[in-house]
Design a protein around this ligand. Structure first.
Ligand code: ZN
Length: 396
């Protein structure tokens, strides 16, 4: 038994799958760098596009997936391209396609790829389906794919929702079956009417933005067949490594990982999680844990009792009119105070300034470019009897 355990560990740690060095006839192949064994029940939903968790890949590691096959015309070409590079991928088959081309499913298994399912008829309505509608779509997809296989255990408990249209019903049903729901980390838009060159460009661009991840492609399009060799060649040139994902079995334990390895957004030591962890009422049953912290929990803060200080509202303020109504009245200033020249005799210095300005050359006050100084002179040069603002007087 001990020997068996040791052998199991050795199997999981050994660099399995084909590496570039042992891809017969293809010395420069991309190869498959390692096998990642995952336990669907520990991580039931993966894919950064939709879920909090994704595969625990290291930087520059890529998992390639294909949906919607098998369709002989294109799936066979995809299989040949992958074989030439000794790359292992994951295929999500449609039950109806497996029923029509069971040989195509057997080819996937014979080539050593991972096989998951993608519903029976690919309805783009899983987000609205009830449990009763979800069940036959999931079950029949599994049944027809299994029926096509010589060895039913070649089917992995992996499922991808058509159109990635996730819903509560499909997620809960998949969980009851022990299926791992695969979303994706990035797409290459190969279902759209674009060129193979564009598919290649998008795949690489989006991979480089993330640095690693699960790529979703479709083995039913000519553009994907055209793009795939270029994608693999560029992965090789840029030192990306292919990871082959398989499901854990009693004989094949999951690859050891840390829980945070699966998180799409890993908390860092520099930015600690600031939120109090969310706890559901179910978690609280029989536990001495509370749902949320109270201020009293932070005794060092010595929080004063919550009696808000009485503060006057900043707005509206009492109006000026109402205050003036109750204020003692002031004598109105005489109009003579604002006349120029002033009626009252000026002091000696003021008289000198007034004389100098009245004899200065006339300046045009209408010049838009006049400076403050020239504007001031222009005011002084105006007809002597014109009233001048009090502010102008004070400037002098
Ligand atoms: Zn699909």
């Amino acid at each position: 038994m001990l020997l068996g355990t040791v052998a199991g560990i050795a199997l999981s740690l050994a660099p399995s799958g084909a590496s570039a060095a042992d891809c017969p006839g293809h010395p420069n192949a991309l190869g498959t760098s390692r096998v990642l064994v995952v336990d669907p029940r520990e991580h039931p939903r993966i894919g950064a596009m939709q879920y909090k968790e994704t595969l625990p890949l290291k930087d520059h590691e890529v998992v390639i997936t294909f949906d919607d096959g098998p369709l002989p015309k294109y799936s066979n070409q995809v299989l040949q391209i992958l074989a030439d590079q000794c790359v292992k991928a994951t295929f999500f088959t449609i039950g109806r396609q497996a029923k029509a081309d069971p040989e195509g499913v057997r080819k996937l298994a014979a080539a050593g790829h991972t096989i998951g399912t993608h519903s029976q008829n690919h309805p783009l309505s899983f987000n609205k389906m009830t449990l009763d509608q979800v069940k036959p779509e999931v079950d029949e997809g599994i049944s027809w794919t299994t029926a096509a296989l010589t060895d039913p255990s070649a089917l992995s408990p992996f499922f991808r929702v058509p159109g990635l249209l996730r819903g509560d019903a499909v997620e809960s049903y998949a969980a009851t079956l022990g299926l791992q729901l695969w979303s994706a980390d990035f797409l290459a838009d190969d279902w759209r009417s674009i060129s193979g060159t564009k598919v290649h460009e998008l795949a690489i661009k989006r991979l480089e933005a993330r640095g690693k991840g699960i790529l979703l492609l479709h083995d039913i399009h000519a553009r994907t067949v055209a793009a795939l060799p270029k994608i693999l060649a560029e992965l090789k040139a840029k030192n990306y490594r292919i990871v082959h994902v398989v499901a854990a079995t009693p004989d094949r334990p999951a690859t050891p990982t840390d829980p945070e390895d699966w998180l799409v957004h890993r908390p860092s030591d520099e930015t600690p999680v600031a939120k109090w962890p969310a706890i559901t009422p179910a978690d609280l049953a029989g536990a001495d844990t509370r749902a949320r912290a109270e201020l009293d929990d932070f005794g060092i803060l010595d929080v004063p009792p919550a009696t808000p200080a009485v503060r006057k509202p900043a707005w509206p303020r009492p109006s000026l009119g109402s205050r003036l109504a109750t204020a003692p009245s002031l004598p109105a200033p005489s109009a003579e105070l604002f006349a120029w020249p002033p009626v009252a005799p000026l002091s000696a210095p003021h008289r000198q300034v007034a004389r100098a300005e009245s004899s200065a050359p006339k300046a045009s006050a209408s010049k838009a470019s006049a400076s403050k100084v020239s504007a001031s002179k222009a005011v002084a040069a105006k007809p002597a009897q014109r009233p001048v603002r009090l502010a102008s007087l004070r400037k002098r």
